[in-house]
Design a binder for this molecule. Structure first.
Ligand code: ZN
Length: 457
């Protein structure tokens, strides 16, 4: 019985670990590496294991850095079940279809540009096969993923359908409870419930994306977003946002504070086909909402309404937004400005002083979003030098990730004072959080490197 750490040991993206029990191999997540072009090139590398020899996959949630290499796993021979919470299953289908389309389009473009055949990382067909292998599961209901391995999903409060994964492992009469935190949300965040307490664990694998810091208070962030919007006199407001999670939260706050923020004078665009589809999934799975969102839902039979919200599904409508000089609020992906429609909007709007960019989430090293947060005066977009005259606001508090206090609070509700292995964090964040958790909660904390093996027996 052992656990092997692969992706996201020492970085924030590319989550992937293997659990070995009784000769079976269970993969926890199969995430895409995201960030700089050099980092992302590693997605094409062979897996450090044989894809065909994996017996089952357990997926924590539907973000690309956790599920984005699943089509590649299937393409390379994996034929087993992929267990995921039922809302996650729907989101994964949307996410992978979109990712595959982008891959195919980029490969076509590069083939034309370079005059040699460039293959996409995976195709739409590979993504479709992942969806066929998905097994929808519910929170709190145990299921067997391999002989000797039973899984229970717990709500992680990060995006809809997000899970912490409890694994009960049995081999030669020895039982071990392994708990994989997945990405943990903040306590008291809107729409979603708080992370579910877990009764017992012998070993805890924990994310530590924001383990090195405290988020500012969420209500301060929402107030500041309100001030920026209410105080905008001219120009456009750009909000890069993950299609899944952040976009729905931004819409939720806008609906709740519609009059207060003077939103009636804007044209609001949700400029992302994926975010539009994900918003539908959020609406369908209202049984997973927290109390306040449930109350709002019961009153409106939907999330708060925005009468001036335009859902821009097609490219022509999206390009038309670039002709608007003032009075538009554009919510578009990708959240780290690495690709997607937001990049076009940034190219058109960054050179204007009247533009405001609201950055709400984590920006990985090497991403365009990180360069904006770092205050670079010029950035390269589509091979062109673009001056940054826009005002860039970095608002930390709306993160879908818990900060060090949330993470420690979650750990303290896990029965058993289990030793902790920190994954999914840049090295500095992991070291800071290791020290913090040891001091605050008395936990024994380790920081594994990629390829490191933890013996569980
Ligand atoms: Zn996530």
């Amino acid at each position: 019985m052992k656990l092997e750490f692969f992706g996201a040991a020492g970085e924030v993206t590319g989550s992937c670990h293997i659990l070995h029990v009784g000769g079976k191999r269970v993969l926890l997540d199969c995430g895409l590496i995201q960030g700089s072009r050099e980092d992302e090139a590693r997605n094409h590398d062979p897996f450090p294991f044989d894809a065909a020899a994996i017996d089952a996959v357990v997926l924590s949630h539907a973000h690309l850095d956790h599920c984005g290499r699943l089509p590649l796993l299937v393409k390379r021979g994996f034929r087993g079940p992929i267990h995921a919470q039922r809302a996650s299953c729907e989101l994964v289908a949307i996410l992978l279809a979109d990712a595959a389309r982008l891959e195919e389009r980029d490969a076509e473009y590069l083939t034309r540009k370079l005059g040699r055949n460039i293959k996409p990382l995976y195709t739409f067909e590979d993504g479709r096969r992942v969806v066929e292998q998905l097994k929808p599961r519910r929170y709190g209901q145990p299921f067997e993923v391999a002989p000797g391995v039973t899984v229970t999903f717990r709500d992680a409060g990060h995006i809809i359908g997000s899970c912490s994964v409890e694994l009960r492992c049995e081999e030669n009469g020895i039982t071990r409870h392994v708990l994989f935190s997945g990405d943990l949300g903040q306590y008291d965040s809107p729409i979603l419930r708080d992370p579910d307490p877990v009764p017992h664990a012998d070993v805890v694998l924990m994310e530590s994306t924001y383990g090195g810091r405290r988020h500012r208070d969420r209500s301060d962030t929402i107030e500041e977003m309100g001030r920026i919007i209410a105080g905008a006199e001219k120009g456009n407001i750009l909000i890069p946002a993950f299609a899944i999670g952040r976009s729905q939260e931004v819409l939720y706050h806008m609906g709740k504070h519609f009059d207060e923020w003077g939103l009636g004078r804007f044209r609001i665009f949700l400029d992302s086909p994926m975010a539009i589809e994900a918003t539908e999934v959020y609406r369908r799975f209202h049984d997973l909402y927290d109390e306040e969102a449930t109350r709002l839902h019961d009153r409106n039979e939907t999330m708060p309404l925005l009468p001036n919200l335009h859902l821009t599904g097609n490219t022509e409508e999206s390009m038309a937004i670039n002709r608007i000089r003032s009075g538009a609020i554009v919510i578009a992906g990708s959240g780290m400005c690495n690709g997607g429609r937001i990049v076009h909007h940034l190219r058109h709007n960054l050179p204007h002083e009247s533009t405001q960019v609201i950055i709400l989430g984590y920006q990985a090293r090497g991403s365009l979003g990180r360069r904006l947060v770092d205050g670079q005066e010029r950035v390269r977009i589509f091979g062109r030098d673009v001056p940054v005259k826009a005002k860039v606001h970095t608002l930390g508090g709306l993160s879908a990730h818990g900060d060090q206090d949330d993470l420690a609070r979650w750990y303290e509700r896990v029965g058993g004072q289990a030793p902790v292995w920190l994954v999914h964090g840049e090295d500095e964040a992991r070291e800071d959080f290791a020290a913090y958790l040891a001091k605050r909660s008395g936990a024994r904390v380790s920081i594994p490197g990629p390829g490191e093996v933890l013996d569980l027996a």
